[in-house]
Design a protein around this ligand. Structure first.
Ligand code: CP
Length: 304
């Protein structure tokens, strides 16, 4: 029976809890952390490829003094027919406290959370959600702008297949941002429009209006046929030197990575003063430290 809190998407956290996590993240910028996860064991299971998320979770766990264990799914007893639920029960019996899971199937981490007597953190499930990427993105924007209420944030590209976009939309709405989603109908159905979330079909009209642009990779592994030609996609959505000139000078550009040069951006973006990719990656380690600390040790500041 599950008795611990898990984070499957950002709607599992209140705005106050996210704010607390951001305050802890900022603490970790200045102070060497204590061994806040002494005697805590974390298993990282990545069924899908990862560079940023897997490495930063391992670093975050190590920096807090946890036992950090990588369980490679292909080398686990899942290959002998054990179910993921029975794997979760087994790991809990061993004293594992935290399971970090990435999987291509939407809902897989939630299934695990129902079986695991510990904390499950979704490290990305299919097209559904990627809450720690959402947290680090929102932290990066708060570092830049302070409060996000009324800030105009554009998310551009393959929204439909992007778990990063979905978690950012959920989190940014909690903080009162005004979100513009930009993409063709096949990547951005009309029903994404909701209060504080509007839809634009082309990038050019919004360039001069936004405080931040988040570019997305086309998630080609998640659909069979590219719905528009690469040439049309590039013509309408690629951020390049010509489009950079039309942005507000103080606007920032973000990307969750991995980015594809020549598709959603060209090399001029990587030299742009407002390109924040490296900050996002750096914040990813500290945000994950703060989330782990919050789940395992709680938030004294939030207890009345
Ligand atoms: N942004 C992100 O999730 O990157 P990885 O797939 O490398 O973890």
């Amino acid at each position: 029976m599950r008795t611990r809190r898990s984070v499957i998407d950002l709607d599992d956290l209140t705005a106050s809890e996210m704010t607390y996590i951001f305050e802890r993240t900022a603490d970790f910028e200045h102070e060497k952390p204590d061994r806040l996860l002494d005697d805590v064991a974390c298993v990282n299971m990545f069924f899908e490829n990862s560079t940023r998320t897997m490495t930063s979770f391992a670093l975050a766990e190590q920096r807090l003094g946890a036992n950090a264990i990588t369980l490679w799914p292909k080398e686990s007893s899942l290959q002998k027919g054990e179910t993921i639920e029975d794997t979760a029960i087994t790991l809990a019996a061993m004293g594992i406290n935290v399971l970090v899971i990435r999987h291509s199937e939407e809902g897989y981490p939630r299934r695990v959370a129902l079986a695991f007597d510990g904390h499950v953190i979704n490290a990305g499930d299919g097209t559904h959600a990627h809450p720690t990427q959402g947290l680090l993105d929102i932290y990066t924007m708060r570092q830049e702008f302070g409060e996000l209420s009324g800030r105009r944030i554009a998310i551009v590209g393959d929204i439909l297949h992007s778990r990063v976009a979905h978690s950012n939309i959920a989190g940014l709405r909690s903080f009162g941002a005004e979100i513009t989603l930009v993409g063709p109908p096949a990547f951005l159905p009309d029903d994404y429009a909701q209060p504080h979330v509007k839809i634009e079909r082309d990038l050019d009209p919004i360039l001069g209006d936004v405080d931040a642009i988040m570019l997305l990779r086309i998630q080609r592994e998640r659909f069979a046929d590219m719905p528009i030609s690469d040439e049309e996609y590039i013509a309408r959505y690629r951020l390049d030197s010509r489009r950079l000139k039309r942005m507000r000078p103080e606007a920032i550009i973000m990307h969750p990575g991995p980015y594809h040069r020549g598709v959603e951006l060209d090399d001029s973006v990587l030299d742009y003063a407002g390109w924040r990719y490296a900050s996002q990656v750096m914040h990813g380690v500290r945000v994950r430290m703060a989330l782990l600390d919050f789940l395992v040790n709680g938030a004294p500041a939030l207890v009345a």
